[in-house]
Write a protein that binds this ligand. Structure first.
Ligand code: PRP
Length: 217
């Protein structure tokens, strides 16, 4: 049975296409050349949806997509009360969710102003530390906030650390590790069990075989 697969547009989409191709799931058109947002697959009757990251869990929860591929950051930000299953770590897009602030500047003990695109993750983290914070929701380029005096710190994804460095910021605490995950609609897990299970097993094998030797095994 064909699956509807929602993919996070951008880097995750590009990194996932070869993984899906290894599972014989290939879009009929070239996504790099096409402005289409829904692609048929060459075989298997699957559909591939190109979605904004924050919308992938929504599509999967609502059942318009059977499975979704997106970052753990997006999943955590979507909320604890998850109404879908997280079934596989694709081990790509690895980075960390961290707090960061201006180099050498101490944060106030209480009343910290925190800018983030991930306000739910930030709220939970600081609550766990019994720290009172005021959260400022931004859409991206969070590094600007401390530079302009809008916030004392940010909660953001750190990969190489180059963006922080280039903006006079330093990474402080790691909140959690992030990577790309496969999520599954609860009903599809039953009604399309065989197809979902086949996809998970195929992807598991592909992921296993693409790990660097020291991480494999
Ligand atoms: C992410 C993140 C940082 C940057 C970190 O931004 O928000 O800005 O990457 O990467 P680095 O540690 O390798 O420098 P992204 O490019 O996704 O854009 P955004 O700011 O619009 O979220």
């Amino acid at each position: 049975m064909g699956l509807v697969i929602a993919l996070n547009k951008g880097r995750i989409f590009e990194e996932c296409l070869p993984l899906l191709a290894a599972c014989q799931i290939q879009p009929t058109d070239d996504p790099k050349r096409s402005r289409k947002l829904i692609f048929d697959s060459v075989t298997g009757g699957h559909k591939i949806i190109v979605a904004r990251s924050a919308d992938v869990p929504t599509y999967v929860e609502k059942g318009v997509a059977d499975v979704g591929i997106t970052g753990k950051d997006t999943i955590l930000e979507y909320g604890d009360d998850m109404t879908f299953y997280e079934r596989l770590d694709l081990k790509i897009g690895a980075c960390r969710m961290m707090t960061a602030g201006p180099v050498g500047v101490l944060e106030p003990e209480q009343g910290i102003r925190v800018a983030s695109k991930f306000v739910n993750i930030a709220r939970k983290y600081f609550q766990g530390q019994s720290k009172q914070v005021s959260l400022i929701k931004l859409s991206g380029a969070l590094e600007i906030a401390p530079l302009l005096g809008l916030a004392d710190c940010i909660v953001d994804i750190v990969d190489t650390g180059n963006t922080l460095k280039a903006n006079g910021l330093e990474a402080r605490e790691t909140i959690c590790d992030i990577s790309t995950r496969l999520i599954v609609n609860r009903a599809s897990m039953k009604t399309k069990f065989d197809s979902v299970q086949r996809l998970i097993q195929q992807l598991e094998e592909v992921v296993e075989n693409t790990q660097p030797p020291e991480q494999a095994g």
